[in-house]
Write a protein that binds this ligand. Structure first.
Ligand code: 9MR
Length: 367
C-alpha cells in the first residue's frame, strides 16, 4: 500500500513538473505568436533567469525602448546602434521573431527631428525628408531581421481626431501615408503596423478603420493594427474591445495585442489609456499592495487575465500576435506610471521571476 502511494506521488510530481515545462508559446502559439517586450537589462547586460523564461514561453520579442528614435539617434546623422544591435542578436540567439518599435511617434522622437540648430521649426519638406531618412536608416539596417514594424504609433486622440503632434502640425495628416509608403519601399518583406492605445474607444476605432481603408485605396500596405492593451481592472470595456477587434479585422488586416499588461492599482478618477504625459502625485492610497496582493485581489486580477485571454481565444483567427509589455512585475513600467514609485502587479511573472498560477489556466484555455 505504502509503495503504491509512493509511486503515485512520484508519478504525480513528474506530471506536475512536466506540466510546468509547458510554455505559453507551445500552446497559444498554435493560434498566434506570443511576444514579450524586453529592456536592455536583459538583451544587452544578460540575465540568465530571464533568458530561461523567454526561451520557455515566448517566440517573439520587441525592444521596450532601445529602438526608439530618441534612443538611437541623438543628433541628425548620428546613430548609436549598439543596444538595438544587441536586441537583434538576442532575437537570433533565442529564435524569436523580432518586432521593431517604433518608427514615427511624437513621443520619444529624436530630439532634433522638428527643429533646426537655431531652434526654429523645420519646414514641411524638411520634416518629410528627416522622417523618411529615419525610416530608411532603421529599416535598411535591419532588413530581413525585423519581422514587422510599428510604423506609426499613437497618431489619434481617443475621440478619433488627429493628435496635434509636430508630425501632424508640420506635415498634415498625410504624414501617416508618407511613412507607410516609405516603409513599404524600405523593406518590402517586413510587415507594417499602425499601433495605438485605448483602441476600444469608438472614436479611435473609427478613425483607425478609416485610415486602413484610405491606405489600401492608395495601394499602400498595412498588415495589422496593434491594440496596445495597457489594460486596467475596469478599462477597457470588454464589449468595446471585442467590437474593435471585429472592426479592424473587417478591414482586411490582422490584429495584434502589442503591449499587454494590467494595471491592478487604484487610480485617480477618469483615468485610462497609456499617454506618458499623464502623471499624478504619489499618495499612499494609490499604492495599497506594497507588501503583496491579498488573495481576494489576486483572484480578481486572475479573472481579468482570463477575460482578456478568453477574448483572444474566441477571436484567434483574427489575431496574429499577443505581446506582453515586459517579463516580470519588477521591471514593469507600471511601477512608475502614472504615479512614480508604486508596487504594481501587471504581468504574468512575479518579482522573483516565478510564473503566476494564472499562466496554467491560460494554457488550459487554449489546450
Ligand atoms: O515602457 C516604456 C517605458 O519604459 C518608457 O519610459 C516610455 C517612454 O519611452 O515608453 C514605454 O513604452 C510605451 C510604448 O513605447 C508605446 N506605448 C505606450 C508604452 C507605455 O508608455
Amino acid at each position: 500500500m505504502k509503495k503504491s502511494i509512493l509511486m503515485l506521488s512520484v508519478a504525480w510530481s513528474s506530471l506536475t513538473a512536466s506540466a510546468q515545462q509547458v510554455g505559453l508559446k507551445d500552446v497559444l502559439g498554435k493560434y498566434f505568436t506570443v511576444g514579450v517586450a524586453l529592456s536592455t537589462r536583459v538583451t544587452s547586460d544578460g540575465d540568465a533567469a530571464a533568458d530561461a523564461l523567454v526561451d520557455r514561453h515566448f517566440n517573439s520579442v520587441v525592444a521596450e525602448n532601445c529602438f526608439k528614435g530618441e534612443e538611437v539617434t541623438p543628433q541628425e546623422g548620428v546613430y548609436r546602434f549598439n543596444a538595438a544591435d544587441s536586441v537583434v542578436a538576442y532575437a537570433q540567439k533565442h529564435h524569436l521573431q523580432l518586432i521593431g518599435h517604433c518608427l514615427v511617434w511624437h513621443s520619444q522622437a529624436p530630439k532634433w527631428m522638428f527643429t533646426h540648430a537655431d531652434g526654429t521649426t523645420v519646414s514641411r519638406d524638411e520634416l518629410i525628408r528627416r522622417m523618411q531618412s529615419h525610416i530608411r536608416t532603421m529599416m535598411g539596417r535591419y532588413k530581413g531581421k525585423v519581422f514587422g514594424w510599428d510604423v506609426v504609433n499613437e497618431a489619434f486622440e481617443d475621440n478619433g481626431e488627429y493628435r496635434r503632434s509636430p508630425y501632424y502640425n508640420i506635415i498634415g495628416p498625410e504624414f501617416i501615408e508618407i511613412a507607410f509608403r516609405t516603409a513599404q519601399e524600405a523593406d518590402p518583406g517586413a510587415e507594417l503596423y499602425y499601433n495605438d492605445y485605448s483602441m476600444s474607444k469608438p472614436g479611435k476605432r473609427e478613425a483607425v478603420c478609416k485610415l486602413i481603408r484610405q491606405l489600401k485605396k492608395e495601394g499602400i500596405r498595412i498588415d495589422a493594427v496593434g491594440m496596445q492593451s495597457h489594460n486596467g481592472m475596469d478599462f477597457p470595456n470588454l464589449a468595446d474591445y471585442e467590437a474593435s477587434i471585429d472592426s479592424f479585422a473587417a478591414q482586411g488586416v490582422k490584429v495584434c495585442f502589442t503591449e499587454l499588461d494590467i494595471n491592478v492599482l487604484p487610480s485617480p478618477q477618469q483615468f485610462s489609456g497609456a499617454g506618458i504625459e499623464q502623471t499624478f502625485e504619489f499618495q499612499q492610497k494609490y499604492n495599497p499592495y506594497s507588501k503583496g496582493l491579498p488573495a481576494k485581489v489576486q483572484q480578481q486580477v486572475d479573472d481579468r487575465w482570463m477575460a482578456f485571454f478568453e477574448i483572444y481565444r474566441r477571436h484567434a483567427s483574427q489575431i496574429s500576435r499577443v505581446t506582453l509589455w515586459g517579463l516580470t512585475d519588477k521591471d514593469s513600467w507600471l511601477n512608475d506610471w502614472p504615479i512614480k514609485g508604486r508596487t504594481n502587479y501587471g504581468l504574468l511573472f512575479d518579482r522573483n521571476g516565478q510564473a503566476k498560477p494564472v499562466i496554467n489556466k491560460i494554457i488550459d484555455l487554449f489546450n
